[in-house]
Ligand binder design. Sequence first.
Ligand code: ADP
Ligand code: MG
Length: 334
Amino acid sequence: MEQLEQLKKALGALTDPSSGATLDEQKSLQHVSIDDDGRVTVMVTMKKLDDKGKQTLTRAIAKVVKIDFKYQGLKVDVEAMKDPNALKNKEKQPVYIGIASGKGGVGKSTVAANLALALSRLGQKVGLMDADIYGSSIPTLFDMEVVLPKADENEKIIPFMSRDIQIISTEFFLTDEKPLMWRGPMLGKMLGHFFDDVAWGPELDYMIIDLPPGTGDVAMDIQRLIPTAQMIIVTTPHPSAAHVAVKAGFMAKELKHQLIGVIENMSYYKHGEETLTLFGEGGGRQVADRLETDLLAQLALAQPNDGHHSLYDMHEQAGIDYLGIANKLLKLRP
Ligand SMILES: Nc1ncnc2c1ncn2[C@@H]1O[C@H](COP(=O)(O)OP(=O)(O)O)[C@@H](O)[C@H]1O
Ligand SMILES: [Mg+2]
């Protein structure tokens, strides 16, 4: 940890050639991490981005990382600083909520879909962005046909509507077997399109983002595109799931995302009068404590009533629980 702090300090003292200020002064050192194999990832922004300046800065970063600190691997991402007024000038900004987890299969997409639905049931205008490139499933959860979306007269992509929710998914753009090519930088571009080139309704109250599992590149793209995103971490009660969920949570914190809290999914199973804990106990509480945030809910392992495979009716227990969480989210509105 100390090594990381020292590295951050050294990098923060570098100058942005386009402004003459240090990265620390202009708060443009957005992310520095060292993975288990000693590879360093650095994410910075420049006041004004041009090829020459970018090269100068990248070289300076490489010198610090590889020569001064002797790390072998380095990945540098340099982007232009977002004009803070560009965001403010739009009439209304939705509350951005990223749904993250350490690993797949814990119910992240199920939570994203049902939270979007619950917010909509509370009268909110909701967008749902499926950014899980590795296992996009939102179209399936909403029984949607997977076809390319149409564009409007301004060449903006028109999101699909299902249950009153505006939905866009990576899956709509991966009509044949090309998912691999979207990884890495392409994925960042795709996310950029989701933000800039989709005709989201102007009056959106909430944007729910189903993130890929883990702690990788997408988290950084989200940080760049929506620095104001707040995060919900989903875990199961099992200690191993909790362990990776904590990692995802720390990544979110590292990127200065505000944590809303933790949702423990598949916490228990109601069998007649009996309550069974099939997947262990305590994971959600553990993650919330480690991340110093709230445990928002513990959700049962349950099949939705109405025969739909994953969206709950608002009169069954899980549906009510989701309304409860959505109600807490209403307080996030400015
Ligand atoms: N609370 C739950 N009760 C029953 N099945 C669930 C629950 N949460 C998720 N599932 C099921 O578990 C599987 C994985 O959920 P999913 O939301 O796709 O996880 P992730 O997005 O984290 O990979 C899906 O088949 C989903 O229907
Ligand atoms: Mg998923």
